[in-house]
Unconditional design. Structure first.
Length: 382
């Protein structure tokens, strides 16, 4: 059977590897013929702009794929959603439902109409009612691009212009700035119920709005998690979502939480590997099972390893030669994204690599995370 994966980025390699266990006929498509999976797939790489629905539909009809699987970016999922009605093998939400979840403004409006906990949104008529800091961001961008925090309403016009510059639709969202800790809740849904989920603590060391450091939080407060699960299952049943992954970012402060963003595609920067290394849970397998119609509850999630995932990036543009660790670490995996001699752009536009660190215990993990946040774990030599 032939399966098409819409992504060539290294983040989708765990998905690709799991698909290869089902069939040797795994094809990948994308525009960048030098990208990681384009090289790995060899003759099974297809140079194709999957953001163009007409091109994608014609290609799928010509090749008669058994299944279509989106990768680790929004465009790949939304492209699948757009062609759902033309292909019965695309087991995915339709584009109307996807637009509610993926578009930040649409999700805020939907959540407020259902009384779900989200930040207050403002328009130019009620902006005078805003108290404290205001967050301005594109409705459809990613990785912290185009986000501004303002305290003076006189800064609003420039912040809006900046956000719109990074938006494909040239739209932005103006909302209250929430103070708290950022987390993700990643859940697999079957029959309207959560069958597996994890909470991951997330931090940005090089850029406040770009997650570059994270770990599975095995001790997350159970009462708050219960409320989050109730919110997620309400959304799933209210929108009648397809079985599969539903990934949520939220901010928590004491006993309150706010839903920030939802997505149904696999998170990037090898998030799936973080979950598997930390717990033994086969995240990438579960992800593809949703698109193959095989999603079932697994029993393989009993591990508890203290793993830190860190994406190496920089808060200023600089040349890169090597990574010099300032303290001993147990690095169990490293995926290089840049070569020595490259000019690395400041976050969110440049990355050096992704490292996975094994820590002795919870305290060791927290202390290592603190060193990363202080930019003291390593230096990038030039």
């Amino acid at each position: 059977m032939k399966i098409l994966l819409l992504d060539t980025n290294v983040s989708s390699f765990p998905i690709y590897a799991e698909l290869k266990k089902h069939t040797n006929e795994v094809y990948v498509c994308g525009n960048n013929e030098t990208d990681f999976l384009a090289n790995i797939a060899g003759k099974n790489y297809i140079k194709l702009d999957y953001s163009d629905s007409d091109i994608l539909i014609n290609h799928i009809q010509e090749k008669d794929y058994y299944a279509i699987v989106p990768g680790c970016n929004d465009i790949s999922y939304l492209s699948c959603a757009k062609i759902k009605n033309n292909n019965p093998n695309v087991l995915i939400d339709d584009i109307e439902k996807a637009d509610i979840l993926f578009n930040k403004e649409n999700f805020r409006c939907y959540s407020l109409s259902r009384k779900l906990p989200v930040p207050q949104i403002y328009d130019f008529e009620n902006i005078a009612d805003a108290k404290g800091k205001i967050l301005v961001k594109p409705v459809d961008a990613y990785s912290g691009r185009g986000i501004s925090v303002i305290e003076n309403k006189g800064e609003l016009e420039n912040a809006v212009m900046n956000a719109r510059n990074y938006s494909l639709s040239k739209k932005c969202l103006v909302e209250e700035y929430i103070v708290g800790n950022l987390y993700s809740h990643t859940a697999f849904i079957s029959g309207g119920k959560i069958i597996h989920d994890f909470v991951v603590a997330e931090y940005g060391s090089a850029n406040e709005f770009v997650v570059d450091t994270s770990y599975v939080d095995f001790s997350f407060e159970k009462n708050i998690l219960k409320e989050i699960r109730e919110c997620i299952e309400f959304i799933v049943n209210d929108l009648k979502l397809q079985d599969g992954l539903l990934h949520t970012q939220f901010i928590c402060n004491d006993d309150k939480f706010w839903l920030i963003e939802l997505t149904r595609r696999c998170p990037g920067d090898l998030y799936s590997r973080l979950i598997q290394l930390s717990s033994g849970f086969q995240y990438a397998k579960m992800y593809i099972d949703g698109f193959l119609g095989n999603l079932r509850k697994s029993i393989n999630e009993n591990g508890k390893n203290y793993i830190l995932r860190h994406t190496i990036s920089t808060d200023r543009e600089q040349d890169f030669y090597s990574i010099n660790c300032q303290v001993p670490v147990c690095m169990i995996d490293y995926i290089s994204l840049a070569k020595s001699g490259e000019r690395i752009k400041k976050s969110p536009f440049g990355r050096v690599g992704v490292m996975f660190l094994k820590c002795a215990n919870e305290r060791d993990m927290y202390e290592t995370k603190d060193l990363i946040m202080q930019r003291k774990l390593y230096s990038l030599s030039v």
